[in-house]
Design a protein around this ligand. Structure first.
Ligand code: KG4
Ligand code: ZN
Length: 402
């Protein structure tokens, strides 16, 4: 089974063909990033216009790299949310048109769920990809870290997961991008902060890790996706997990809901970002009235490197501490990381050190936005007989959550 995946949720126009949910046949990514760098972030109108120009050549290239004609393609998968409205529209309308004209089933893919599925690719004949040796096993803990999301999700099986926690304000990638601006480093901030951090002392400054209380009021949302979310085959390694497993489905749901509502797996990055701003002001002898856009000119290279390194260590530790807590509570058989920040060598280093299991990380090229993750989830959608989307009506969902 071969699925064409199309991804246009942000600034990457991407298409890929994946076979059977485990084999990468092609992966074409065209980024309009160069057009956005001068603005310090993605400009939605520029991104949408660039998608219009790039989408057809990118899809043609993906089919040709995979040595496929339309006859070889069994279905089309497309990201319909979350993302920038204008960007999503280009991908979705293109996929709808192709599904109608080529008579293919259409699968609507949630971008964030798609990121997780990049980890299921284990084979390719494409050069320069280092893929895991085996597909992840369930129960699987997914650490999802991107420009728009910081989430921990516990998957009992395909299409059966509980969102344990998420960020209450900024995502980790957003924090990297904002800190890059303070330090005068180029966008996107993840790679540029990482590079500068390599020259600095990660223990030079102590920065805060947010301590969060329970979710309250309207902030409490039902996140349990399936009634049997906590049943099934994990090794029973601790009392909390055994307790949840022994319980009836209703009790299990309530127990899971209590875990989610306790907020113990939630994140917050706005305080850390402000702490970096105050630190930069303090180090340069300015007070909070000094324009943040002028701070980078007053910082020495050594100061920038130490701030970048201390920030990166703390931002990553925030994620790793919660992932460790979830690992200890739920004893998953595998742990995967997903999303743009999953390309971070520091995250990989800290997570591997913190957890007692071997993590087989995927290629960094499959962590940032791409069509392969969408095509892979499309393969599993077809395999598990998930409902197809109507190519005449599928709409975008810019605020889609997991
Ligand atoms: O998943 P992604 O490509 O787009 C979203 O869905 O948001 O993630 C983009 C984010 C940006 O914030 C970028 O700074 C970050 O991923 N990023 C990295 C690295 N590469 C990209 N963060 C840390 N280290 C990297 N190597
Ligand atoms: Zn993404």
């Amino acid at each position: 089974m071969k699925i064409l995946g199309i991804e246009t949720s942000c600034d990457e126009t991407a298409a890929s063909v994946v076979e059977n949910g485990d084999t990468l046949l092609s992966n074409v990514v065209f980024s309009s990033m160069d057009l956005h760098v001068a603005y310090g972030g993605v400009v939605p109108e520029i991104a949408a216009r660039s998608h219009i120009e790039a989408i057809i050549p990118v899809i043609k290239q993906a089919l040709s790299d995979a040595k496929c004609t339309w006859d070889d393609i069994d279905g089309i998968a497309v990201t319909y949310g979350a993302g920038l409205g204008g960007s999503l529209l280009v991908g979705v309308l293109t996929a709808r048109t192709l599904a109608i004209t080529h008579h293919k089933p259409l699968y609507a893919i949630n971008h964030v769920e798609g990121h997780v599925y990049a980890n299921f690719l284990i084979k390719t004949s494409l050069p320069d990809y280092v893929l895991p040796a085996k597909q992840p096993k369930f129960p699987m803990l997914a650490v999802i870290v991107s420009g728009g999301h910081s989430q921990l999700a516990l998957f009992q099986d395909h299409f059966d997961y509980t969102l344990l926690g998420q960020t209450r304000d900024d995502a980790i990638g957003e924090a990297f991008d904002k800190v890059a601006k303070i330090l005068g480093l180029p966008y996107p901030g993840g790679p540029s902060v990482g590079k500068t951090a390599a020259e600095g002392d990660p223990f030079k400054y102590e920065l805060p890790i947010a301590q969060l209380g329970p979710r309250t009021g309207v902030g409490i949302r039902q996140r349990i996706q399936h009634s049997d979310a906590v049943q099934g085959g994990a090794e029973e390694r601790n009392e909390s997990y055994r307790k949840v497993r022994r319980a009836s489905t209703a009790d299990a749901n309530a127990a899971m809901r209590a875990v989610v509502e306790s907020g113990k797996y939630d994140f917050s990055y706005s305080g850390l970002k402000t702490a970096v701003l105050r630190l930069a002001q303090h180090e340069t002898g300015h007070d909070y009235t000094f324009p943040s856009t002028e701070l980078s000119g007053a910082l020495s290279d050594a100061q920038k490197a130490d701030i970048a390194a201390s920030f990166q260590r703390t931002a990553v530790k925030t994620i790793v501490d919660k992932a460790k807590l979830a690992y200890e509570e739920f004893a998953p058989a595998s742990v995967v990381i997903a999303g743009g920040v999953a390309a971070s060598p520091e995250l990989r280093r800290q997570l591997s050190k913190a957890l007692p299991l071997e993590i087989d990380y995927t290629d960094p090229k499959l962590c940032t936005d791409n069509g392969a993750m969408v095509a892979t989830l499309g393969c599993f959608s077809a395999k598990y007989n998930r409902p197809t989307a109507d190519p005449k009506t599928l709409d975008i969902a810019p605020n889609l959550s997991m």
